[in-house]
Design a protein around this ligand. Structure first.
Ligand code: SAH
Length: 298
């Protein structure tokens, strides 16, 4: 099989489709060091969620020749904004968390990133220097990436962690480009993987957030879910759908089903409302049998 040349440096796909997102970085020097690591590895798409200080002297000093990456960085006020149009989201973590999530090693994560980069932005999310990413932020991610560092001293400096991941992404993109010419003559992804023959684009982050909101609302309406005592229902739902990675049409169908269920619940509530008010002992009493509020048996 003919193999194309390596992708030209600086092509849109290679440089822009991998989005490095830093959440609430407290030391601006680290932001500069991240920009430098990214540019070394041919990446250029940096997003900053609520940085403590940016732009400033320390960030530009540590960026050295990568000031262009800082110049074009996007500063946003929420992680949701940074993820809205992403087709694949991976979050990095130095340690295990309460709800186990699919965890990849850096090479596997980079291979997935290279595969999906042709269909839209792929996010790699990095946490705060002092306490990483919150559980809520990690639950926004399809996969977690753990760099298998020394278990007795597992936490890397933020820019060092970005360097490890960016290096793996570069290797994966170059390997991928060897087969598919990604980033050169054919910038769009066309490898023989799932996305190539899939007929509908994968749902993006914004669609998924609207779906989770709708799902929760319907589960509450059905009395299945008690927001006062949520347990881990919604994180588990996120994990389930994150594993499946539904496409836009599947999400539209699911939302249609939810709307239908909500409508039925609403009508059922309207129909039973007068009966609920019936006086105990009245001739209608038994009509309410089985309509008692559900008692939690757990
Ligand atoms: N003290 C924090 C670690 C912060 S290090 C904690 O316990 O979570 C800052 C960021 O660098 C992390 O949020 C993560 O994005 C990245 N990082 C550091 N070490 C890592 C590792 N071993 N694997 C993956 N990411 C790591």
């Amino acid at each position: 099989m003919h193999k194309s040349a390596l992708p030209q440096e600086g092509t849109e796909t290679f440089k822009d489709q991998i989005r490095i997102i830093l959440v609430e970085t407290s030391h601006s020097g680290n932001i500069g060091a991240v920009a430098r690591a990214m540019k070394n590895m041919g990446l250029g798409n940096l997003w900053l969620v609520n940085p403590s200080s940016f732009p400033d002297e320390a960030s530009y000093a540590r960026a050295a020749g990568a000031s262009d990456v800082l110049d074009s960085a996007h500063v946003v006020s929420s992680l949701d904004e940074a993820l809205a149009d992403c087709v694949l989201v991976m979050g990095t973590s130095a340690r295990g968390r309460k709800v186990p999530w699919p965890v990849c090693a850096p090479p596997e994560a980079a291979a997935a990133a290279a595969e999906h980069a042709g269909s839209g932005p792929v996010a790699m999310v990095f946490g705060r220097e002092n306490h990483g990413l919150s559980n809520d932020e990690l639950q926004r991610c399809h996969y977690h990436i753990h760099i298998p560092s020394n278990p007795d001293y597992s936490s890397l400096n933020l820019a060092a962690a970005v360097m490890v991941i960016s290096y793996e992404v570069r290797i994966a993109m170059l390997e991928h480009a060897g087969d598919t010419r990604l980033g050169a003559e054919a910038p769009m992804y066309d490898a023989a993987t799932e996305d190539e023959y899939w007929d509908v684009p994968k749902a993006d982050g914004h669609q998924m957030e609207l779906f989770y909101r709708h799902l929760e609302q319907a589960l509450v309406a059905m009395d299945f879910h008690d927001p006062e005592n949520p347990r881990l229902l919604m994180p588990r739902m996120r994990r389930l759908f994150g594993r499946i990675r539904p496409d836009s049409m599947e999400i539209n169908i699911l939302r249609g089903v939810l709307t239908y269920v909500e409508e039925h619940v609403r009508r059922a509530n309207e129909n039973t409302a007068p009966e609920r008010e019936s006086v105990p002992g009245s001739p209608n009493k038994d009509a309410n049998a089985g309509d008692e509020p559900r008692k939690d048996t757990k």
